[in-house]
Design a protein around this ligand. Structure first.
Ligand code: C5P
Length: 308
């Protein structure tokens, strides 16, 4: 096929929210947010290969939990790009999962971001980063950050992004849990827990932004916060113990990641991260424990065989 590529592979990171300030429910059902996204070194890889129709396959841990029908976010991303650019081609999206499935680390959103970028290259649609980001926002609140990566402040429902200055690299320990929490359910639970309260407009704290600018892991550990945490703990009380074990084992800070159930801990360097992961594993509070560092870049092409 002259001018075509055999396949394009894009690597996309997981995200954690260093701060997640959640306002009241909006008329559209979403919640106004002020959040600090941080991309960490757990990656999914999305490979786009020419095909007669749009289809998807998934490999890796918990791959069986990922839907393979039109509800798959990567499939929706490819269909949206094709529709908006008038492309009449299919694609086989092959996803290699490294991001926990249904863990509150935006794995599905990462796949959508990866599919957008991979298909844009495969189909030669040539959208700008801004155009890709606006399609990403239509697919989900966390998808634009999958394209951007690094550390960024998100407002609106999380889709409006401003890159944030962060010095150095931070070391994280990620405690996975099998009890999947549904994001809409966690938001409903926080509304229930805060019913009748007057909520301030969500904003990110100066303390956290200052800790990032200074590259101060101790200050960052103390500034981590997540308004959804009480809701996640209410729906999955087991997470309380996971948090306690991590903090007692020397973590500089710990929070539920996004809507959970993954819990993330900040460590004071790679050695402490290793100690912490050993302690969490020994105490059997997590189904799996992984180490990661951040920030890392957003969606990037790692393999695109040259045009033939
Ligand atoms: O945008 P996304 O599809 O990731 O959102 C999943 C669900 O999370 C939404 O349907 C909504 O219930 C909840 N949500 C919210 N407010 C946000 C983001 C997500 O209520 N800002």
């Amino acid at each position: 096929m002259p001018g075509s590529r055999a396949g394009v592979t894009v690597r996309v990171p997981a995200k954690i929210n260093l701060e997640l300030a959640v306002g009241g429910p909006r008329a559209d059902g979403f919640h106004e947010l002020a959040t600090v996204f941080h991309a960490v070194s757990l990656f999914d890889e999305v490979t786009a290969v020419p095909a007669a129709e749009v289809r998807v396959s998934v490999v890796g841990p918990q791959a069986d939990l990922v839907p393979l029908d039109a509800s798959n976010l990567a499939v929706r991303a490819a269909l949206l790009l094709a529709r908006r650019t008038g492309v009449d081609e299919g694609v086989h999206l092959h996803i290699r999962k490294g991001i926990p499935v249904a863990g509150g680390m935006a794995g599905g959103s990462a796949d959508a971001a990866g599919a957008l970028l991979a298909c844009d290259i495969l189909w030669h649609t040539g959208l700008s980063r801004d155009e890709l980001r606006s399609l990403a926002a239509e697919l989900g609140s966390d998808v634009p950050f999958g394209l951007l990566g690094g550390t960024a402040v998100g407002t609106g429902r999380g889709e409006r992004l401003t890159p944030a200055l962060a010095r150095g690299s931070f070391h994280w320990v990620v405690a996975l849990s099998s009890g999947g929490l549904s994001t809409p359910e966690v938001y409903r639970e926080i509304d229930r827990l805060r019913a009748g309260r007057v909520l301030p407009e969500p904003r990110v704290s100066d303390r956290l932004m200052q800790a990032l600018r200074a590259g101060d892991a101790h200050a960052l550990g103390e500034a981590l916060s997540n308004d959804l945490q009480p809701a996640a703990l209410s729906l999955d009380p087991q997470l309380d113990r996971t948090l306690a074990v991590g903090l007692e084992s020397g973590a500089l800070g710990g929070i539920v990641s996004g809507s959970g159930p993954t819990v993330v801990f900040l460590a004071d360097g790679p050695e402490q991260a290793l100690d912490l992961s050993v302690a969490l594993t020994a105490m059997e509070v997590a189904t799996e424990v992984r180490r990661a560092h951040g920030p890392v870049p957003g969606a990037r092409v790692v393999d695109g065989s040259p045009a033939v």
